[in-house]
Ligand binder design. Structure first.
Ligand code: SF4
Length: 233
């Protein structure tokens, strides 16, 4: 009980998705959206979870109470965001959830390599977002240090034994096919065998616009480097 009380103050949660078939490969999961992210991605799909100073909308102990009712029904709990790596006590929170018998997943853009190192051994699966070529990261993230941190974090993932997925949201306003080509080559060169290209949807309160993904011929060109999965929303 004491740890849960501490975590109510130390882990900021913006929201919870109580059931998902999409957020942890092949597993039924719940998703905890951590509050706060140091990036400001041009297409961010969860802008409400960006402000770091915003208060928690749900206490960690309330999430734990909910998860107790789902033991044996759900298989995994995914920490998403925002970016969970800015939560000081992510390790303790993950440990609590693992101790209940759930697999633990992480969605991240690699914003804090030091914290990633702390938690990687207790993480079962990571969905790692590569925003674009590292030289042009800031055009997407609007964060000067994001490329350096993402590179360090990717290196940690690749040197670990954790299961992972590398994915990129294809914002065709900023990422040309030539850049996709260069990213594919880079990922292949560092030993990555599969790359997920996610459809980018720009949403306003009244409208949504789906940006184009590479066509079949372009996908075939990228597949000379590594396996490609196209994921539409
Ligand atoms: S890293 Fe994710 S949560 Fe953070 S701004 Fe970018 S898209 Fe939004």
């Amino acid at each position: 009980m004491q740890i849960t009380y501490e975590l109510d103050n130390l882990i900021k949660i913006g929201g919870v998705l109580k059931f998902s078939t999409l957020d942890y490969p092949g597993k039924l999961s719940a998703v905890i959206f951590c509050q706060g992210c140091p990036n400001r991605c041009v297409y961010c799909h969860n802008p409400d979870f960006i402000p770091i100073k915003a208060m928690s909308s749900i206490k960690f102990s309330e999430v734990m109470d909910f998860l107790r009712t789902r033991q044996g029904l759900l298989e995994a709990v995914v920490f998403s965001g925002g970016d969970p790596l800015i939560q000081n006590d992510l390790y303790k929170a993950m440990l609590q959830i693992k101790s209940m018998g759930f697999l633990v997943g992480l969605h991240t853009s690699g914003v804090n390599p030091k914290r990633l190192k702390e938690i990687i051994d207790i993480t079962d699966w990571i969905g790692f977002d590569i925003k674009t070529n590292f030289e042009r990261y800031e055009t997407i993230t609007r964060n000067k240090v994001s490329a350096k941190l993402a590179k360090e974090s990717l290196d940690i993932v690749l040197k670990s034994n954790v299961a992972y997925e590398i994915r990129t949201t294809v914002d065709s306003r900023y990422i040309t096919f030539e850049e996709l080509h260069n990213i594919a080559k880079l990922l292949s060169d560092i030993g990555i065998q599969k790359w997920v290209l996610q459809e980018c949807i720009l949403r306003t309160k009244t409208d949504e616009q789906k940006l184009s993904l590479p066509n079949i011929e372009e996908i075939e060109q990228l597949e000379q480097y590594l396996e490609i999965e196209v994921r539409r929303q």
